[in-house]
Design a protein around this ligand. Structure first.
Ligand code: PHE
Length: 466
């Protein structure tokens, strides 16, 4: 075995927190609740849970396995494992696709995270509470005033760009410091804080009058709400939320010490990620119902509907501030994993220092992010099929690139890598039932399900089927 170029996590816990940090992000707290709201609640949640455990979890195991077996960046990892398995070295293209997807996702992710950052100051500065004091007697006027805060922020390209820049710098600073003093320190500090803040929000929501309604909204199945489009959204969300299909989890796996069980660790990560998404729904919807607001305001659910609630609640300044800080921490620990595949590749192949690699990749991402910044204002009129640039970037990554990456990873690990290698890496001496179930999933269930959902989902997105 050649000596690894990269550092390793110092413990199993460090890896689990890092992988959770990657998984738990804007996807859980900003996106999951609003797609659930847009897709009618309960039925969507059920399909999402099935996607996580039947498709996502087995693919997560596969990705970590590839990383740890080779201890290389996703490009190098795919190439080495393909060679070890006598397969074409072109499989490394999958690693390239991942790095590319990482740049695109982080480019818009950072803009949304910057938006979050600015809302921490708005909430703590009492902006929403003040508006309620001014216009509270007239609900329509008050709601308008909150929406105006949002639209005037989004309409201001310089402001958006400035916050996007700050967030990108925050991300670069962490990755530049390396696996141990950068990533590991960040996740071991931020993740416990995130859990505490989440718990605090949950207690608040539980004691609010809208709790019961919010709870039913999340868990009452209304199958008439399910379409192929919403099933595709559930699958896309499953990949996105577990950080799958683009090498982030693979690269984290490549820093994983040998003795740690991949299956156990993945299970904990997938479980916690799901838990936090569900809890985010259980925090947000009760507040939405308490103040008689709408569940289907899309991306505005967190930046429009919630501030409307924060403005009128007792201790709204504190609760609102905490909520946006929570969202920022979640975004920050995900952003570092989106850029890590590129950093690992640059360090490995170009002999760059981590600092240089971070500056280079961060600058590229920052630059690409300008498209998202402008899609809210100057380029807002550029639309195709009624979707703007940001919508299309999201579609391309969550609904196309990540499922495609996941599909290819499942096929590669399930069919082309020998069972001797996979069994060994997963720590099974014989054909244990769990191993067989996992193999069944990466060989058949995951690829077939992804393919079907993918095809029907795309067809219905372009209105080719109902
Ligand atoms: N999982 C993150 C979230 O839910 C986003 C992400 C996607 C991170 C892909 C890394 C890779 O917000």
């Amino acid at each position: 075995m050649n000596t690894p170029i990269h550092q390793q996590w110092s413990s199993r816990l460090a890896f689990i927190l890092a992988a959770m940090g990657s998984a738990i992000g804007l996807g859980n707290i900003w996106k999951f609740p609003y797609i659930t709201g847009d897709n009618g609640g309960g039925a969507f949640v059920l399909v999402y849970l099935i996607c996580i455990f039947l498709i996502g979890f087995p693919i997560m195991v596969a990705e970590i396995l590839i990383g740890r077996r080779t201890r290389k960046s996703p490009v190098g990892a795919m190439e080495s494992l393909a060679q070890e398995s006598n397969q074409s070295k072109h499989w490394k293209i999958l690693g390239w696709m991942g790095i590319f997807a990482g740049f695109i996702i982080l480019s818009y992710y950072s803009v949304i995270a910057g938006w979050t950052l600015s809302y921490i100051f708005r909430a703590l500065g009492g902006v929403f509470t003040n508006l309620y004091q001014l216009f509270g007697q007239d609900t329509a006027q008050y709601t308008d005033a909150i929406v105006k805060v949002e639209t005037s922020f989004l309409g201001n390209a310089e402001a958006l760009l400035a916050w996007h820049t700050i967030f990108m710098v925050m991300t670069m600073v962490v990755v530049a410091r390396g696996v141990k003093s950068g990533l590991e320190t960040a996740v071991t500090t931020l993740m416990p804080l995130l859990f505490i803040l989440m718990l605090f929000m949950l207690v608040y929501a539980f004691n609010s009058p809208g709790w019961e309604k919010g709870f039913h909204f999340m868990f009452n199945f209304r199958f008439e709400d399910l379409t192929w489009k919403s099933i595709l959204a559930a699958m896309g969300q499953a990949f996105f939320t577990l950080s799958l299909g683009m090498g982030a989890i693979m690269v984290y796996g490549s820093y994983l010490p040998n003795k740690v069980s991949i299956i156990n660790a993945s299970f904990i990560v997938a479980f916690m990620d799901t838990l936090i998404a569900i809890l985010a729904g259980l925090v947000i919807f009760p507040l939405v119902f308490t103040f008689g607001l709408e569940t289907n305001s899309g991306p505005g659910l967190v930046f429009e509907t919630l501030p409307t609630a924060f403005g009128q609640m007792q201790m709204g300044v504190l609760i609102g501030g905490i909520f946006f800080i929570l969202l920022l921490f979640a975004a920050w620990t995900s952003a570092i994993s989106l850029i890590e595949p590129a950093i690992a590749w640059l360090v490995e192949n170009k002999g760059m220092s981590r600092v240089k690699a971070s500056v280079l990749s961060g600058t590229i991402t920052w630059f690409v992010g300008i498209a998202t910044v402008l899609s809210f204002n100057l380029w807002g009129h550029i639309k195709y099929q009624n979707q703007n640039i940001l919508d299309w970037l999201g579609f391309l990554t969550d609904k196309v690139m990540l499922p495609l990456g996941g599909l290819l990873i499942a096929i590669f690990v399930g069919w082309l890598v020998s069972t001797k290698i996979t069994r060994e890496e997963l720590g099974f001496k014989d054909n244990h039932l769990i191993y067989i179930l996992w193999l069944l999933s990466v060989r058949f269930i995951a690829p077939i399900a992804v393919l079907i959902i993918f095809i029907f989902g795309i067809l219905s997105t372009f209105n080719l089927i109902g």
